[in-house]
Design a protein around this ligand. Structure first.
Ligand code: NDP
Ligand code: MG
Ligand code: MG
Length: 332
């Protein structure tokens, strides 16, 4: 059973006694920097010259310096720039400014797990990863709640790494919701697998294949869109609230019977065998290396895939339909 930690398990004064640098001010960066500041923590934001986020952070009342200055001033350095550029930012701005006893923090374990960043032995290496997008992390904090976080310590040079990470998690509201202890390896591998096989990749491919099947059989794209994409939210909400059981309780008996007899014909033993291969390619670093190489090459294939799906009938149909549905908020 996973180890869970709540408000009383974390001592906020630990992080309040440190100087924190948040490098990057995007989805996660803004949520961490603002919530730590509001928790009484000494925070500075590190952004490169000419950064678009600089004005936004300054308007929110934060002090912005360069990543190198932030790392030099601080003794807790949270790296929240995009994963593929973290190693460059680390080499250039952070590594030269690390002192013994400092702590290097991450919101995702990819660069440590696959060795793109190799910190010296005399610093703590910790992770605090909220299980939600940054804007939700911030909103929940402002409302006096929190988003669950997972916390890990890869290298405990000071012996206090875990208490420090829990304290940081408390500073962004995580212990209000609950913090689960994990490792960099488990977080990285499960995160990559989940988003590829189920959440993003698996779901997008399933929706597209279902939609195409109906349209190719002559049904109206608008009807196919509702059946294969729009209604997915209602089903996922039920699963979120009460697992498969609540979803099956709520749908018709006909739908439930179809679930039992057809589901296993769609996601077959072959699909699961492919999932195992996907997991192996994550574990052995193939995926991470390919992705970093693609990023460094200027994202040629990534843009090709992106453009191909932008013109898909599923997307053009959805755009038209969502305009007619006043209750669907495109911004949400
Ligand atoms: P974003 O893409 O939202 O962050 C971009 C930020 O990094 C911007 O402020 C950008 O500045 C800045 N930046 C880009 N290049 C540099 C540079 N060379 N030097 C300094 N700053 C730079 O990132 P996310 O918040 O999505 O991800 C950050 C980390 O959090 C990742 O490790 C990710 O895996 C993890 N994470 C993200 C989640 C999410 O909800 N998005 C959820 C959980 C974990 P500019 O404005 O100038 O471009
Ligand atoms: Mg991820
Ligand atoms: Mg139906």
């Amino acid at each position: 059973m996973a180890e869970l930690f709540y408000e009383d398990d974390a001592d906020l004064s630990i992080i309040q006694g440190r100087k924190v640098a948040v490098i990057g001010y995007g989805s996660q960066g803004h949520a961490h920097a603002l919530s730590l500041r509001d928790s009484g923590v000494d925070v500075r934001v590190g952004l490169k010259e000419g950064s678009k986020s600089k004005a936004v952070a300054e308007e929110a009342g934060l002090r912005v310096v360069t990543p190198a200055e932030a790392a030099a001033e601080a003794d807790v350095i949270m790296i929240l720039v995009p994963d593929p550029i973290q190693a460059d930012v680390y080499e250039e701005s952070i590594a030269p400014n690390l002192k013994a006893g400092d702590a290097l923090f991450f919101g995702h374990g990819l660069n440590i797990r696959f060795g793109f960043i190799k910190p010296p032995a005399d610093v703590d290496v910790c992770m605090v990863a909220p299980k939600g997008p940054g804007h939700l992390v911030r909103r929940q904090y402002e409302e006096g709640r929190g988003v669950p976080c997972i916390v890990a310590v890869e290298q405990d040079a000071t012996g206090n790494g875990f208490a420090l990470a829990l304290s940081y998690a408390k500073g962004i509201g995580g212990t209000k919701a609950g913090v689960i202890k994990t490792t960099f390896t488990e977080e990285t591998e499960t995160d990559l697998f989940g988003e590829q096989a189920v959440l993003c990749g698996g779901t997008a491919a399933l929706v597209k294949a279902g939609f195409e099947t109906l349209v190719e059989a002559g049904y109206q794209p608008e009807i196919a869109y509702f059946e294969c994409l729009h209604e997915l939210k209602l089903i996922v909400d039920l699963m979120y609230e009460g697992g498969l059981e609540k979803m099956r309780w709520s749908v018709s008996e006909t739908a439930e019977w179809g679930d039992y007899v057809t589901g296993p014909r769609i996601i077959t033993a072959d699909t699961k065998a492919e999932m195992k291969k996907v997991l192996e390619e994550i574990q052995d670093g193939t995926f991470a290396n390919t992705w970093i190489a693609e990023y460094k090459a200027g994202l040629p294939k990534y843009n090709e895939y992106k453009n191909a799906d932008a013109d898909h009938l599923l997307e053009t149909t959805g755009k038209k339909l969502r305009k007619l549905m006043s209750w669907v908020d495109e911004e949400a």
